[in-house]
Design a protein around this ligand. Structure first.
Ligand code: M6R
Length: 613
């Protein structure tokens, strides 16, 4: 989604800081880029449709420089990707420049009023309204900070804003509501950014702005105010991630690097999660003991995309092991369906970024209805982490690739841990079974390494064989069905292949009509209790000409009787197969996309963090 970076300091030219910041935000997905800098009482703006590289070229042809500047990568919401719609947007006299993430919901009525006052609009964006509105208030009162504050009171919707004014060559103003923004703290220089990678080369210390706050940022100081104009104080937050984490370290793509990081991520998420005697789960910071759990009569798991599929794994496990009804919902549906939740509901929200707009709204709605909210979050200090009653961090580190891989594995581990914890608290898991599962969990990191070492040559071979597929179906039952959903999403996202997941037993109720000669079907068959059932479904698609690539567990060789090709995962406990079965799927999607020549880390139309509805 859109990215913001801003600089004010001693450097003679802020442009290189802005460009390197924008490059670090490229992974979030965008379609145009721009910068505005202030020099000699005038604002220079360069912006263009396309990549930051194109902006860089434009700046070489038409250089600008200045000590204070703001930069932006745009992901189109209002108006097509174009030079005109790219940010920054500026007031009619070029005095004020604005970059914005989010959506101004009442922009049309504000625009109508501004047009009546004579303001001329040059773009189709909602953001341009903000530039003119600030200008209007500024002309009336002559106080820039006040003009921004009044603008914030007038606009509805979500925003992270960076504002420059030609009359104030030593400052920039930042503001946020429901869209992340931090103020980075340097020495005789300060920054604003929508995400820490943009400024990690310069500082790890920042203030995390709260909703409806604005910051006045100068080289020698930062002041933060609430929307009523009262100064507020914030603690400095120090990010632990380093620059290295945001680099490819020799891998061709971030996605591949992150796939290979999974053994470590899984190990990190398991270490320190067991009590000293090894007989219990310990989830620091989570106050979900027996008394709290006995008060709960249903669980909702709410998330988007890959995080939703991790939640679905949790649903299957919790219902089976804890016997509490679990509803799993995508956040964009949950938030508008007036869900039946109350103070006896535990709502688990899952998010890598911790900033997904729909998930955040679902969280707020759940709290307003009295439910207890547990957040499973990767980004420390993110909005969801701060709003949830309890947080379980997923310790996956920076995930840069748009296609989520290691974060999914970490989220699934979190669901395993929560399921085991609840089952133990409610006396539903005998110690012997717990210890058996624990031992199996601790083998997962080396088993993932095993898949990564041994499966790649076979997967590359299958990719060569199936590269011309146009339609791909993923089928499975129970947890295997959920894994197929995630596999199908990965293939869509980066290889742009039409693919659909189906519950294997549902095929003959319709979708089997689409199976024809050489249709590729990926059959996930790791649940031994359901092995024969899924095997029958595979026979059905084979009988209609499909080619079948199966993902099975070692020992279930019977699959070779029906599948064209098989990838085996190491043997594990039934509840843990999802995490292993997904790794070959990740590799399959990756190598398919590579074979098709797609831009794997920056897939078209997608954003890493979806901070608008
Ligand atoms: O940051 P979140 O986990 O809340 O993001 C949720 C989805 O947008 C995300 O998982 C998306 O589906 C990924 N691109 C999947 O690879």
């Amino acid at each position: 989604m859109c990215g913001i970076v801003g600089y004010v300091g001693q450097k003679n030219n802020s442009v290189p800081v802005l460009i390197s910041g924008l490059e670090s935000l490229e992974y979030r997905g965008y379609d145009s880029a721009g910068v505005a800098v202030l020099s000699n009482g005038a604002i220079g703006i360069r912006k263009t449709k396309g990549k930051v590289e194109k902006l860089r070229d434009l700046l070489l042809e038409q250089p600008i420089s200045g000590k204070v500047g703001i930069g932006h990568t745009r992901w189109a919401t209002h108006g097509v990707p174009s030079d005109e719609n790219a940010h920054p947007h500026f007031s009619n006299d070029d005095k004020i420049a604005v970059v914005h993430n989010g959506i101004i919901e009442n922009y049309q009525e504000l625009k109508d009023e501004l047009q009546k006052k004579g303001y001329v609009f040059h773009s189709d964006t909602d953001t341009e309204t903000v530039a003119h509105l600030i200008d209007d208030y500024y002309k009336q009162g002559g106080d820039l900070l006040e003009a921004v504050r009044l603008t914030l009171q007038a606009i509805e919707g979500s925003y992270a804003l960076g504002v420059l004014c030609a009359d104030h060559p030593d400052q920039l103003i930042a503001a946020r509501k429901e869209s992340p923004l931090i103020v980075g703290i340097g020495e005789n220089e300060n920054f604003i950014a929508s995400d820490i990678p943009a400024i990690l080369n310069y500082t790890k210390n920042a203030y995390i702005l709260e909703d409806k706050e604005l910051a006045l940022v100068k080289a020698d100081g930062i002041k933060i105010y609430d929307i009523d104009g009262n100064e507020v104080s914030h603690e400095v937050y120090t990010y632990k991630w380093d620059v290295e984490a945001a680099q490819k370290n020799g891998y061709e793509h971030f996605m591949l690097k992150e796939i290979y990081e999974q053994p470590k991520v899984v190990m990190d998420n398991l270490s320190k999660r067991f009590s000293a005697d090894g007989k219990h789960i310990e989830l620091d910071g989570i106050k979900l003991g027996k008394a709290e759990l006995e008060n709960i009569d249903q669980i909702y798991i709410v998330a988007c995309g890959t995080a939703y599929y991790a939640g679905l794994v949790g649903k299957y496990l919790l219902e089976r092991m804890v016997r509490i009804p679990v509803n799993s919902e995508v956040a964009s549906e949950f938030r508008y369906k007036d869900p039946l939740i109350d103070e006896h509901t535990l709502v688990i929200v899952i998010s890598q970024s911790g900033e997904t707009a729909d998930t955040l709204s679902a969280l707020k709605l759940s709290k307003a209805k009295g439910a207890r909210v547990l957040g499973i979050v990767n980004a420390v200090g993110s909005s969801i982490a701060r709003e949830a009653d309890d947080v379980l961090y997923t310790l996956a580190g920076f995930e840069i690739a748009v296609a989520s891989t290691k974060a999914f594995s970490a989220q699934v581990i979190a669901m395993y841990l929560i399921t085991l914890h609840i089952a133990q608290e409610l006396d539903m898991l005998p110690e012997k079974d717990f210890l058996e599962i624990k031992e199996a969990m601790l083998r997962l990191p080396s088993q993932i390494s095993d898949i990564l070492t041994k499966a790649v040559p076979a997967i590359r071979k299958f990719v060569n064989k199936y590269i011309s597929s146009k339609n791909v179906f993923y089928i499975g039952r129970g947890l295997d069905y959920v894994v197929g959903m995630e596999g199908s999403l990965k293939l869509k996202e980066i290889a742009y292949l039409h693919s659909e997941p189906y519950a294997a037993g549902e095929l003959k109720h319709g979708p089997i009509a689409l199976i024809e000669k050489a249709t590729l079907v990926v059959g996930v068959v790791t649940q031994e209790a359901l092995f024969d059932k899924t095997k029958s479904n595979i026979k059905e698609v084979k009988a209609r000409g499909a080619k079948v690539l199966a993902i099975a567990m070692k020992g279930n060789d019977g699959i070779e009787e029906v599948a064209d090709d098989v990838i085996y995962i190491p043997r594990t406990h039934w509840m843990l197969t999802s995490i292993l079965a997904n790794v070959p799927q990740q590799l399959f999607a990756y190598y398919m996309a590579l074979g098709l020549g797609e831009d794997i880390d920056k897939p078209r139309n997608l954003a890493k963090s979806v901070t608008v509805e």
